[in-house]
Design a protein around this ligand. Structure first.
Ligand code: HEM
Length: 502
């Protein structure tokens, strides 16, 4: 009996000790946590809120799946950002493809743009998702690191001098006219198809010269499309997947370009009178010092980069511009009257840079279309060390995205931002409020070419046709790298002259 009581007593004592010990541990943990979060708040070092907090652990890849689900739906991938901004606010954290991403929106994005997109931002470097580097190549201007980038950009930027820009305007005008002549025989045209075709031909002619073999050009165009469509795909190198298709297409494009280079070398570069970008880069690679000269691999990756960075972006922007004017026929009429007046002064002659320079209202229409379309929705920059952004703690290797779309739709900057209104560009802009071509050391190299293409296409279309939308469906194309209409923007055309006027 005594021994049973002693055993019970000691069991009770043990239980009490365990209870006391757990309470003590619980209390201390609670205190430490409270102290830590107080400390973090004091030092403003807490990470941004978001969907990869402790409640979400275990759902590995849930955010990536959600991103892919939005991208494969008619809502488009920006829906992913929009819904999280509503939940967490203008700075949030998420996890995509195994990397932590932070998104900064509206005022926070503008404030951060000044330091993150600056010429040489300390502690930050540009970083696209791995798939983009795999498809464009490690030497691509869009993917290289700081030092290599500076040298490569110097080499490529020289190609965009005013002489080649003027020649490009002439080529683009010629190609646009031939496309629109064909449109005279159709009463319904899919703008995206026309714009993709004309931008592709013009950019290829500028980069690798005119191509006589139309089948070769068509194969190249279809391969470029496969590469573009693989950029946001799941990086599975399995036959049948979109990513695999893109990688195979890249290989074929590289083969075509390699053959072109070896053909030019056989014909002796210096005697060859071509003046396209490829020729200029090859000549430079012979004459420049070894530190400045570009290797064949660097040239190849960047020719592909220029096609992709220039074609799909501009064709998408042209398509949105035609849609906005199709939805706003009063503005279309206003623009038409201004442009017909200009056309009467250069009747019959090709459009030159001088003609484009005085298209003031058309230029505002181009800018307003670019603002509303925001072809590149955000700019990713990777943190090279632990730091602070917008008052939040950012860890090394996290990717911070400056969200341009939220700036372009911020009602404190653009009154009534969902309304298409070119005249809003009568006023001066606030700094970092118009980021369609980026800012700082990575600003788009093709700004002038993009403006030239958009102005020429707009002028030729508006002075020859009236148009309205043939289909009002606004759902977005699945898997597109840049947001664009699934239906490609079909329009009904009515020629405005009995005689063609070009
Ligand atoms: C409407 C058409 C276009 C838009 C909206 C556009 C937009 C942009 C943006 C936003 C960036 C910077 C991305 C960043 O900082 O992360 C960029 C970079 C670039 N763009 Fe464009 N672009 C267009 C047309 C073109 C054209 C026509 C070309 C050349 C043929 C071109 C070539 C490039 C290149 C090479 C870069 C990389 C620059 C660098 O990193 O140094 N773009 N573009």
């Amino acid at each position: 009996m005594m021994s049973t009581m002693t055993t019970m007593e000691s069991e009770w004592r043990l239980a009490a000790h365990i209870l006391l010990l757990s309470a003590a541990i619980g209390g201390i943990t609670y205190l430490l946590r409270a102290l830590r979060s107080f400390h973090l708040r004091q030092e403003n070092r807490s990470p941004p809120p978001g969907g990869i907090g402790s409640w979400c652990r275990g759902f590995v890849g849930a955010e990536t799946l959600s991103f892919l689900a939005d991208n494969s739906s008619g809502r488009g991938f920006y829906h992913f950002v929009h819904t999280r901004a509503l939940r967490y606010g203008a700075c949030f954290r998420t996890s995509l493809f195994g990397r932590t991403h932070v998104f900064l929106l509206s005022a926070k994005a503008r404030a951060a743009a000044a330091c993150l997109l600056a010429a040489d931002p300390p502690h930050f470097a540009k970083r696209y998702v791995r798939t983009v580097a795999d498809l464009l190549g490690e030497h691509s201007l869009l993917c290289t690191s700081h030092d290599t980038h500076r040298r490569m950009r110097r080499a490529v930027a020289g190609l965009f001098a005013s002489a080649s820009t003027a020649a490009f305007a002439e080529t683009f005008d010629r190609l646009t006219i031939s496309q629109l002549l064909a449109a005279h025989f159709q009463d319904r045209v899919v703008v995206l198809d026309v714009a993709l075709d004309v931008t592709f031909r013009a950019i290829c002619e500028m980069l690798i010269g005119p191509q006589d073999d139309s089948q070769k050009l068509e194969r190249l165009q279809s391969d470029v499309m496969d590469v573009t469509q693989a950029m946001l795909a799941v990086p599975l190198r399995l036959p049948g997947t979109r990513f695999y298709k893109g990688i195979q297409a890249r290989k074929r494009i590289m083969d075509v370009l390699r053959q072109e280079i070896s053909m030019r070398r056989q014909n002796s570069l210096k005697l060859d009178r071509r003046d396209d970008f490829l020729q200029t880069l090859l000549l430079k690679s012979h004459t420049d010092s070894p530190e400045e000269a570009l290797t064949d691999e660097q040239i190849l990756d960047n020719i592909l980069t220029l096609i992709i960075a220039g074609q799909v972006t501009t064709a998408t922007a042209i398509t949105w511009m035609v849609k906005y004017l199709g939805d706003n026929t009063d503005l279309q009429e206003k623009l038409r009257s201004v442009q017909l007046d200009l056309a009467s002064k250069h009747h019959g002659s090709p459009l030159s840079l001088q003609h484009l320079n005085i298209m003031d209202y058309a230029y505002k229409t181009v800018k307003e279309s670019l603002r509303m379309a925001t072809i590149v929705s955000w700019f990713p920059r990777v943190a090279l060390k632990d730091c602070q952004v917008a008052g939040f703690r950012i860890k090394k290797d996290w990717i911070v995205n400056v969200d341009a779309r939220s700036i372009h739709y911020d009602p404190t900057i653009y009154h009534n931002p969902t309304m298409f209104d070119p005249s809003r560009f009568n006023d001066d802009m606030k700094p970092y409020s118009f980021l369609v071509f980026g800012a700082g050391g990575r600003t788009c190299l093709g700004i002038n070419l993009a403006k030239i293409m958009m102005l020429i296409f707009l002028h030729r279309l508006v002075t020859n046709f009236r148009w309205e939308m043939a289909d009002h469906d606004t759902s977005l194309e699945r898997w597109a790298m840049f947001p664009r209409l699934k239906n490609g923007c079909p329009i009904c055309l009515t020629p405005i002259h009995k005689k063609k006027m070009y």
